[in-house]
Design a protein around this ligand. Structure first.
Ligand SMILES: NC(=O)c1ccc[n+]([C@@H]2O[C@H](COP(=O)([O-])OP(=O)(O)OC[C@H]3O[C@@H](n4cnc5c(N)ncnc54)[C@H](OP(=O)(O)O)[C@@H]3O)[C@@H](O)[C@H]2O)c1
Length: 297
């Protein structure tokens, strides 16, 4: 039995799609089952509720061989640890109680090097909590997603610009969520691994904001530039859009750490290099989104 959390989320829905092609029994935890495609609802077992709820995870993890774990974003949280460790604590009890075989979790790059890195530090603390249960665990250690650029469709479309507090020339790995989902599905379907380890998913190359602007411009056939903004202005923008002070600070600390090279510490290897290039992602996801067409996923 494979249990999938956040089956309506960006990564979770692609993980689910990948494992539904197998013969394996699949259970999902979902707050609102009507948000799942009807074909999916017929194929999977549904536990309705939040995976932050002890009763729900006790029900869902009964007889589970593997679990796909995502701590959901919460822009209104009172603290960053509330989003990661506190949300994950009931699941950790249930991993132990039900003797769950393997857990594959969504995390971040930075193990051993992150200092005051906001959301990244909170995510790594969540990994430590999961590891402390003794369950076999693979933390998918991720750079910033290419898909984050979709939040800036308006400025890209209307002003030909996108923003980040990261230095314009800082080359960083970036990955497509489809590649994360492919790696997660492979691990969930493979019963042969055990122990606890990290699995970095680095995309095919390191790119700066300026490199990305160049590629976006070529794919869209119009000039788009990258604009670095001060961390304080970035934080103010997040709170203006309704984010809590604690989450905005966590985002700001994370971006400052990335600007200083947090995501460059993980050496690139053939195993951590994943196929979807930023150019391909722009052609298949960003451009259709800008033109208001369905993306190829
Ligand atoms: N963006 C990045 O660059 C980056 C980098 C590294 C790691 N990450 C991590 O990636 C994760 C986010 O993954 P994603 O982009 O796939 O998420 P997403 O698209 O934002 O989806 C969020 C999912 O969480 C569910 N959800 C929201 N609040 C919930 C709650 N209180 N209880 C139960 N379910 C809830 C949503 O379900 P509903 O349908 O019920 O709303 C949805 O399925 C985060 O843990 C983040 O730290 C992100």
């Amino acid at each position: 039995m494979i249990v999938v959390t956040t089956p309506t989320g960006t990564i979770g829905q692609q993980v689910l799609k990948n494992i539904l092609d197998s013969e394996q029994p699949v259970r999902v935890i979902v707050r609102d089952p009507s948000r799942l495609p009807s074909q999916t609802r017929q194929r999977v077992e549904v536990v309705q509720g939040s995976h932050g709820d002890i009763d729900i995870v006790n029900e869902a993890f009964t007889g589970a061989d593997s679990v796909f774990w995502v701590a959901p974003p919460n822009p209104h949280a009172v603290s960053i640890s509330a989003v990661y460790s506190d949300f994950t604590r009931p699941a950790c009890d249930a991993f132990r109680r039900h003797g769950v075989g393997r857990v594959v979790g969504v995390s971040a790059l930075g193990r051993g090097v992150a200092r005051n890195a906001g959301l990244v530090s909170a995510s790594l603390a969540m990994d430590e909590l999961i590891v402390s249960t003794g369950v076999s665990y693979r933390a998918l250690t991720l750079p910033s997603f290419m898909d984050n650029i979709l939040r800036q469709i308006e400025p890209i479309k209307n002003q030909g610009v996108f923003f980040s507090p990261v230095r314009a020339d800082r080359k960083l790995p970036t990955c497509a969520t489809r590649d994360i989902a492919a790696v997660a599905a492979r691990l969930l379907l493979d019963p042969s691994w055990s122990g606890q380890d990290s699995v970095p998913v680095l995309g095919p190359e390191d790119l700066s904001g300026n490199d990305m602007a160049q590629i976006i411009s070529e794919v869209l056939g119009k000039p788009v530039r990258f604009q670095q903004i001060p961390v304080e202005a970035y934080k103010a923008r997040l709170t203006e859009h309704g984010m809590s002070a604690a989450m905005a600070q966590g985002m700001a600390d994370m971006m400052a750490a990335k600007s200083e090279g947090l995501d460059n510490a993980e050496p690139r290897t053939p195993q951590s290099t994943t196929p979807t290039s930023f150019r391909q992602w722009c052609e298949e996801v960003l451009k259709p989104a800008i033109l208001g067409q369905p993306a190829i996923n």
